[in-house]
Design a protein around this ligand. Structure first.
Ligand code: ADP
Ligand code: MG
Length: 304
């Protein structure tokens, strides 16, 4: 188990993280979300032992993770960290980069392992391409493959799919997270993408103003958004006087109700339209199966 106890950290005067405590079980998939600048990357770097803490401590099982004051080499050997800015060796091939830290003692096993890793990140066709010729997203996938090459006990992923386009993102995400679960590799992901979290995370925390604003399972946090910041992570929402926070999908058009609104705009979303409407001077959003004419008066109510 990874155990973070009362962690406080500052780069300068202002604490970036203050009195943070949480734990992550072995094999668990754990997400760290929060706005840009909320300290997600800093937290991952601290878990990797990149900086010394101002207060608190971090343990993996019974071993304390210590910073540079206590370690010549940063990063425990059972842990891998894929930074937002991945650093690869540009002049050698994808396969060579992935195999860089694997033993040469069993060349056949090594080649088989590289092939398996190429499959996980869906780069089979690029095995012999030099890294300098890859796109940002392809480089990010090489960095991920290299991090899992030696089967760490824990992997820290900082916005792992941020450079990867939508064509590849969905299947890559499933493939990587499935692989990590199968191998029982504990995985911590800093992300601002709800799709990295909802289907995959066992637990999550929300960072805000140096503190943990909320924590729990994605289902619980999605279904009980504590405030507008948390709701906004998951999608379009409304804050209604009578009902509190209601996601757009939870409101529907009905024949009559006590919420009368005027349509302002319809947005095509693929399998539905997002309708923007005016409700007593306030903008509300709800989903509907087809576009509605601007200016149309309608009634809405929460769907049960
Ligand atoms: P996130 O990953 O959530 O976007 P970061 O952890 O990168 O957030 O940054 C958190 C805060 O720490 C930001 O205000 C950022 O400007 C600051 N920060 C990050 N790295 C450094 C650094 N090396 N020195 C000083 N301040 C930093
Ligand atoms: Mg970051």
């Amino acid at each position: 188990m990874l155990q973070v106890n009362n962690l406080t950290f500052k780069y300068k005067k202002q604490p970036i993280l203050e009195n943070i405590s949480f734990s992550v079980g072995a094999g668990e998939h754990f997400s760290i979300i929060g706005e840009s600048g909320s300290g997600k990357s800093t937290l991952l770097k601290l878990l990797y032992g990149t900086f010394d803490l101002n207060e608190g401590n971090i343990f993996w099982k019974d071993k304390e993770i210590l910073g540079p004051k206590h370690n010549l080499i940063i990063g425990p050997d059972y842990m891998k960290y894929v930074a937002q800015e991945f650093d690869l060796m540009p002049f050698i091939t994808v396969a060579e980069n992935i195999g860089a830290f694997l033993s040469n003692f069993y060349p056949e096993e090594k080649q088989a392992r590289i092939k398996e890793l190429l499959t996980v990140v869906e780069l089979q066709d690029f095995a012999n391409t030099k890294v300098k010729e890859l796109s940002g997203g392809q480089k990010q996938r090489v960095a991920i493959a290299r991090a899992i090459a030696k089967q760490p006990e824990i992997i820290l992923l900082d916005e792992p799919f941020s450079h990867i386009d939508n064509f590849k993102k969905q299947s890559l995400r499933r493939s990587l997270f499935k692989y990590l679960k199968e191998k029982n590799i504990t995985c911590l992901v800093a992300t601002h993408d709800k799709d990295d979290v909802l289907s995959f995370s066992d637990n999550m925390i929300v960072l805000h103003e140096a503190k943990i604003m909320d924590e729990g399972t994605p289902q619980h946090i999605f279904n009980n958004p504590k405030n507008e910041l948390i709701a906004s992570f998951f999608g379009e929402f409304n804050t209604l006087d009578t009902l509190g926070i209601v996601y757009a999908y939870q409101l529907k058009k009905v024949n009559t109700s006590n919420l009368k609104a005027t349509v302002k705009q319809s947005y095509f979303k693929g399998n539905y339209f997002l309708i923007e409407a005016d409700l007593n001077g306030k903008t509300v959003f709800f989903e509907h199966e087809f576009a509605l004419e601007n200016g149309l008066e309608i009634y809405i109510e929460p769907s049960s």
